[in-house]
Write a new protein. Structure first.
Length: 97
């Protein structure tokens, strides 16, 4: 996790300085306000290999908004949300609840 539970992983920020420079001023969004769930605000970085598959899953609350940003390698990659299929694109974000 790059950001989880009100804590930034500063060693990861050293490897992702541009990402952290953009996100550090934004999180937490409401300091001092309790989260609805333990993972209400977090930043997770995933790297997957061609052919990777992530099984169906759901979050702890419908109050969480998910944002997927594909940096590169999106060709042929889709995200399935609520029975719909969405193609991912390099450099484009996809947001859903």
């Amino acid at each position: 996790f790059l950001y989880q539970g009100d804590d930034w992983d500063l060693s990861l920020c050293e490897m992702l300085p541009s990402t952290c420079r953009l996100l550090l001023p934004e999180l937490p969004t409401k300091p001092g306000i309790p989260f609805a769930t333990a993972n209400h605000e977090e930043v997770v970085i995933f790297r997957s290999q061609p052919g990777a598959y992530v099984g169906d899953h759901c979050g702890a609350s419908n109050a969480v908004v998910n944002l997927h940003l594909t940096l590169r390698g999106a060709r042929g990659t889709t995200l399935h949300v609520a029975g719909e299929e969405f193609p991912l694109q390099d450099g484009k974000a996809f947001c859903f609840q």
